[in-house]
Structures are given as C-alpha cells and as structure tokens.
Design a protein around this ligand. Structure first.
Ligand code: SIN
Ligand code: MN
Length: 280
C-alpha cells in the first residue's frame, strides 16, 4: 500500500524550500511493478526522444498528455499523488502531462538548470500554480545523476530562459548569483520516494556516467483554476478521474499496448516549449 498523501503540515516547508521529499510514498511491490512495466515497454521506448544537453550528451524521455488507464496512469491518478498535489496547490488539479525520464547507465544526459515554468509559461499558463511529482523508479544518487535543486529558488519568480542544447536553460548569470545565496541540495532517492516540487524551483541533474540506470516518472499537475488562456501542446483543463491507490496493483503490468485509451503522445516534433525560445 502507498503511504498516503501529504498533509497540510508539509506546506510551510514546501513554501519555504519549493520542494518536499516524501520518503517511501510507494511500496516496494508497487514501484517494482512500475519499473518492470516501463523497462519492457516497447511503446514507451518507441515514443522516446532525445534532447541535447548542451554538454555533449542527450537526455532521453517519453512524454504523454493524458494519464490513461495503464499502470502509469494509475500512478498519475492515484489518490496519494493527486491529493498531495491538491493540498500543495490548494484546490482541484488536472493532469498536465507525465513523462518517463530514461537516464540510462553510461549514456544518460544532463539537465541544464531550469524552472519548469520557464517552459510552461510559453504555453499560456498565467500563474505558476503547477507542481511536479518526481517518482524515483530506480535509486537516484549523486553518482547516477540525481536531481539537484536550489532550495528556495522558486521565490525568485520566473527567470529568463534561453535555448541550451535542445533544452530551455535558465539565465546562468542569475543562477550563479542564486548559487551564492541558496543551498544546493542533491536529492538522493530510493525507489518509491516522491519529490514534489514547485514549477519555479531551479533544478538540474548531471550526466549518468555510472553503470546504474536512473529512470524516473514525473507527473505534472496544473491547478484547475489556472486553465491556460490559449491552446498549446499540453492540455487545457481536463477533469482528472482519481483512482484509489489499490488500482496500482490491480492494474498489474498494464502497459501502453494493453489499452486503447489515447494518451496523446508528444514526440519531439510537438515539443515546442523549449523550441519557441529559439524564436522569442
Ligand atoms: C526534468 O527536469 O524534467 C528532469 C530532471 C531530471 O530528470 O533530472
Ligand atoms: Mn524540469
């Protein structure tokens, strides 16, 4: 069984730091299932694409807009995660997208310093009322390129982003100044831990030069009251149908090919938030 959603007692920490780490939010059985499903999922693999990291490597990820009814969808829709997001955003949320970050052993690319809202701002999202749930599928350590965050950086508001490789990278002059004043935290995680973080939190991660993969699934939520004012490649308000946590184990190894529900894959051709920076 999942450990249950975050309570209101974490809000002051989230507001101060811009993130909160929920240790053991999912059981070994649940996260083992997700890992097994993902690593042998041909469709997930076929929809993966790369983004140059500006350091000579490439990050690989798959990204889809609607949660659907697969094992991945059960994680994205389960009460533990969604109720946590609703506590953080103080009201109804909807699924903005999910992605699998496939940071493979030896070749996994880096993520440049960025705020997610640096991307999403481009999509007609008026307020930074979004949160992401980073679910560790594999152990995430300093060696295999765990997430790094600048604690409290969400309080800077959105900063300018420029194209860095194929990624939206934050203005490094400001990042360097922020680094002098804010604590840099390496968020090491065990499988089943979940990191909730603010859409304006500065984060990055190193290339994976180790022999251990570092996969993670990130589910992103927007506040229902923050419906984007224009069409973009991520959805406007779409009601999210929550499921009890028990739906995860009930789904078993239900992969993308085991369902007819359309999750609206985004391949690189449609991945426009970063690319629009090249022309703006
Ligand atoms: C992301 O920012 O979407 C991914 C960061 C990471 O996997 O390190
Ligand atoms: Mn990000």
């Amino acid at each position: 069984m999942a450990a249950g959603p975050l309570g209101k007692e974490v809000l002051s920490e989230y507001e101060r730091k811009g993130f909160v780490l929920a240790k053991g939010m999912f059981s070994k059985e649940e996260i083992d299932l997700l890992r097994r499903a993902a690593k042998e999922d041909r469709e997930l693999d076929q929809h993966s694409f790369g983004r140059g990291d500006g350091e000579g490597g490439t990050v690989r990820l798959s990204l889809w807009n609607h949660p659907g009814d697969t094992i991945y969808g059960m994680f994205a829709r389960c009460e533990t995660i969604v109720n946590s997001a609703e506590t953080i955003l103080d009201g109804e949320v909807y699924h903005y997208h999910s992605k699998m970050i496939m940071k493979d052993a030896k070749v996994g690319g880096a993520w440049a310093w960025h705020q997610d809202y640096g991307y999403w701002y481009q999509n007609g999202v008026l307020f930074p009322l979004l949160t992401s749930a980073f679910i560790a599928v594999d152990p995430a350590t300093k060696e295999n390129g765990c997430m790094q965050v600048l604690s409290g950086s969400h309080q800077m508001g959105r900063i300018e982003h420029v194209l860095t490789g194929d990624q939206a990278g934050a203005d490094m002059e400001r990042v360097h100044e922020a680094e002098k004043r804010l604590e840099l935290v390496y968020v090491e995680m065990d499988p089943g831990d979940v990191l909730f973080f603010h859409s304006n939190l500065l984060h990055r991660s190193d290339q994976n030069k180790s022999d251990k993969p570092r996969w993670a699934m990130i589910c992103c939520y927007n506040a229902a009251r923050n419906d984007p004012y224009k069409e973009a490649h991520h959805p406007r308000y779409t009601p999210l149908h929550k499921v009890p946590d028990s739906a995860i184990l009930e789904a078993g190894l239900k992969r993308f090919s085991d369902t007819s529900s359309n999750v609206a894959w985004l391949d690189s051709a449609k991945d426009e938030s970063a690319r629009s920076l090249a022309t703006s």
